[in-house]
Design a protein around this ligand. Structure first.
Ligand code: COA
Length: 232
């Protein structure tokens, strides 16, 4: 597992500790304010409580992984989380004051290393359809849309997220856990975005498992995906 190492210049990656919870929340709030303007007023105020951030860290004890990027003098400047049990690249946030320096790319590479070390051959994530910067970062890292999406209601705002997938090994053939290209998950109204909602996560895992069974029986990803590992 790549649980520590050098990222961008002056930045070190390490597993999160309980004492990091508030700093993780602060990075989230700043990144959302700067980057999620498509959410309007929702992005202007903190979305989650200190207890939510404590819970996030508690939810990412091994075998899950939550890595923080740390720099001086600012402390935590970004983080990523992965779920090896289903291969999800779950969180990626960088403080806007440190954006564009390669921290996100380094966190993403570490997330992929972690998933590989856990035996995952492919990974997936959900990203808001209008999150152009994140879409560019993920595309550069080798993710491609699998044609499915997830629709939900967050405090009265409709969210549509695209599901992206990536092969974690070069030359791996393209049998991916894709869903039927016409299908969507339409989620009922809730108070949290999907990445903080554990019940919903369980539902997604079940849906993905069902689609994996369908995919392995009948489909391959259109066009195939052949990418090198993240060092490229
Ligand atoms: C997405 C995010 C994590 C990227 O972090 P970052 O540290 O700024 O990214 P990096 O500096 O490592 O850049 C990664 C790549 O994206 C490119 N990139 C950087 N800024 C970009 C921009 N504004 N538009 C398009 N591409 C951009 C870089 O050129 C780099 O590509 P390269 O590796 O070919 O040079 C960060 O912007 C963020 O936290 N956004 C808000 C939270 C969010 O939306 N997270 C994703 C939720 S699904």
């Amino acid at each position: 597992m790549n649980d520590a190492g050098t990222a961008a210049a002056g930045i070190t990656l390490r597993p999160a500790a309980p004492a990091d919870a508030m700093a993780i929340g602060a990075v989230f709030d700043a990144a959302v304010r700067a980057g999620w303007s498509y959410l309007g007023d929702l992005a202007a105020e903190p979305m989650f409580t200190p207890q939510d951030w404590d819970q996030l860290v508690a939810d990412h004890l091994p075998p899950r992984v939550l890595l923080v990027a740390v720099g001086e003098p600012d402390g935590i400047v970004g983080y990523t989380a992965v779920h090896p049990e289903d291969g999800e690249m779950f969180l990626l946030f960088v403080h806007p004051a440190h954006a564009g320096r390669g921290v996100g790319r380094a966190l993403l590479a570490a997330a992929h290393d972690t998933l590989r070390a856990a035996g995952c051959r492919e990974t997936f994530l959900f990203v808001h359809e209008h999150n152009e910067r994140a879409l560019a970062v993920y595309t550069a890292a080798g993710y491609r849309p699998d044609g499915s999406d997830r629709i939900s209601d967050f405090r009265g705002t409709r969210l549509r997220e695209l599901r992206l997938v990536k092969q974690l090994y070069a030359g791996t053939h393209s049998r991916l856990p894709t869903r039927d290209s016409t299908s969507s998950d339409h989620q009922p109204s809730g108070t949290r975005p999907m990445f903080m909602n554990r019940n919903r996560k369980q539902a997604d895992s079940a849906a993905t498992t069902r689609s994996q069974a369908r995919a392995s029986n009948s489909r391959t990803l259109r066009g195939g995906v052949h990418h090198g590992n993240d060092r490229a």
